[in-house]
Design a protein around this ligand. Sequence first.
Ligand SMILES: CC(C)(COP(=O)(O)OP(=O)(O)OC[C@H]1O[C@@H](n2cnc3c(N)ncnc32)[C@H](O)[C@@H]1OP(=O)(O)O)[C@@H](O)C(=O)NCCC(=O)NCCS
Length: 224
Amino acid sequence: MKIIEDVRSVFARDPAARNVFEVLTCYSGVQAVLFYRLTHFLWRYRLYWLARFISTFARWVTGIEIHPGAVIGRRFFIDHGMGVVIGETAIIGDDCMLYHGVTLGGTTWDKVKRHPTLKNGVVIGAGAKILGPIILGENVRVGSNSVVVRSIDDNETVVGIPGRIVRKKAEDGGSFDSYAANSSGTSNDPTIQAINSLIERLAEMEEKLENASPKTSSVNIENK
Ligand SMILES: CC(C)(COP(=O)(O)OP(=O)(O)OC[C@H]1O[C@@H](n2cnc3c(N)ncnc32)[C@H](O)[C@@H]1OP(=O)(O)O)[C@@H](O)C(=O)NCCC(=O)NCCS
């Protein structure tokens, strides 16, 4: 079920999250997404006023405005949340994440597709504005406070105003980057370098263990 996945996805993306009760009661981003799942359901059944009314209530409570007509995929997470605006014709893929102050906004008053489309795995930093019916490709990362007005290819990192591409993310199918921070090991911060090397070491050890375990079990079976 989508809402269970939404709640679960928090643990993978926020190291501060402790348990489900805390996430449900203290994470306004999660509350906003749960309200959205309800309002989008109502919207699809053409209960437009009710959907907008509940959405407005959700905005009072959470500080996050998600139009009920927006289409949002699975495991969507908004961290911190305050000030996020998601427009009516926005489309968001699976496993996307936004920080506070992000706008997925329109640039025209015409009743057309006027908000952005985010493909799977997009992460948008705090305060960034994504404007117009543009497409952000899979796993695109947008730096905090950037303003993006043009479509971006898969796996790119874009920063600044107007957004410029700074790096193509390694297409290694790697896991989610909390805070959209670089995990490629090229950071100059010695603490990050140390953590990265520990993570790499751990991954190597896990791989070795996985490779070793079938042999162990077959030996055991033979011995029996
Ligand atoms: C964009 C981002 C993902 C890039 O991370 P990265 O891959 O580690 O890239 P780096 O930090 O090495 O930066 C690459 C270049 O982009 C620049 N840059 C990074 N973030 C930037 C930003 N938000 N605005 C402008 N320039 C930025 C760096 O100065 C660097 O420029 P240089 O190559 O000219 O020196 C990351 O900086 C970011 O903004 N993450 C969002 C974090 C966030 O919003 N957290 C909220 C927590 S509450």
